[in-house]
Write a protein of this length. Sequence first.
Length: 366
Amino acid sequence: MLETWRRTVWRLLWHELMKERSKQHPVAQSTLSIATRLYEAISTHRRHYYMKKPRQKLPIPTISFGNVTWGGTGKTPCLHYVARYLIAKNVRLMLVSRGYGDDEWKVFAVEFPNSLLALGKNRFENAMKELKSHGMPTNVVALVDDGLQQYTLHKDLEIVMVDAYNPFGNGSLLPRGRLREYPDIALPRADIVILHHADHLTQEASDALQSSIRLHIKPATIIATTHMALTSLPLARELLTNGSIRGLKVEPFPKPQVIVGFCGIGCPGSFKNVLQTTFPDAEVYVEFFPDHYDYTSSDMDYVKSKLRQKYENKNVVIITTEKDFFRSKEVLCRSWDRYDFRVAMCEIEFTQERDAVIERIESLLE
C-alpha cells in the first residue's frame, strides 16, 4: 500500500515538473525556485572543487557521452551508434557508467555481450578495476555514459548531446528547468556537439540554434545533427526468449487501427513522434511515465483501462521502447501476454557531419 502511494505521488510530481512554469501550481513554483537556488550553489561548488583536482587518465582511449540538460537528448542511442562502429573495427568495448536506472547498461550488455562493464559511482576506480580483472587489455575503448559532469576523468573525446525539441529548457537549472549546467559553462568542454531530433526543426530554426551553440564552443568543435529511425518492431516475447536485440525476425501484423504506446524515457514526445510517423493512418495514444520508471502490473492495468475506455473492439498494437522493455521485461510480458505487444527498436542516424565525427573517432584508434 505504501509503495503504491509513493509511486502515485511520484507520477503526479513528475507530471507537475513537466508543465510549463506558467501552468504550475504557485506552491510548486516557489518550492522549485528555492530548490533550484540550492542546486546551483551545490553544483557550482562541486564543479569548482573537482576542476582543481588532477585529471585521472585511463590507459585506453576514452570517449564521453553527456548532455547539458536532464534526459531525452539521444545520449544512449549515440553511444550505441559509436559502439557498433567500433565493434565493426574489431575494437573491444568497456562501458563506464553509474548504472543508474538499471536499464541502459542492461540494453548495452545484451547488444554487446563481450564488452567490459565498469559500473558504479567512481568511474575511474571502477574502470581500472575492470581492466585489471581482464589482464589490462589494450585493444579496448572506454565509452563513458553521462560523462560531461565527470570533471576529474580525462576524456580523449567529449561528445555533448543537445535535444532539438527543447535545447536548453526554459533557461533554468534543475529542478525548475532542465539544465544541469548553463550552456556557457558546459559547451566549451565539448569536442563534438550533436543536435539530436534535428528533423523536428525547420532549416531556419536549426541554423539559429547552431549559431547560438557556436557562441560557446571551441573553434574546432564539430556540430553534427541526428534523428531517430525505427528499424524494427519485434514481438516482446521473442526478445524475452531470444535475449538478442538486433537481427530478430519481425513477424508481420495486421494494419493497426490504433497504436497504444507507453514509455518512461527522457524525451517521451520523440517516441510518440516516431510512432505517428511510422503509422500515419493509425490513431496513436501514448501514456507517459517518469524517466527510468520501474513498471508494476498495476501500472499496466492503468494503461489497459485507458485502452478499454477508448479503443474497445479495435485492432490495437501495444508498443514500448527497448529501454522500457529491458527495465521491466518480465512484468510487461506477463501484463500484455494476450496482446500484440512489440518493442520499438530505434537507432540514431546522422543527417549532418557524420564523416567528421567518424574521423575524430578514428584518430583515437591510431
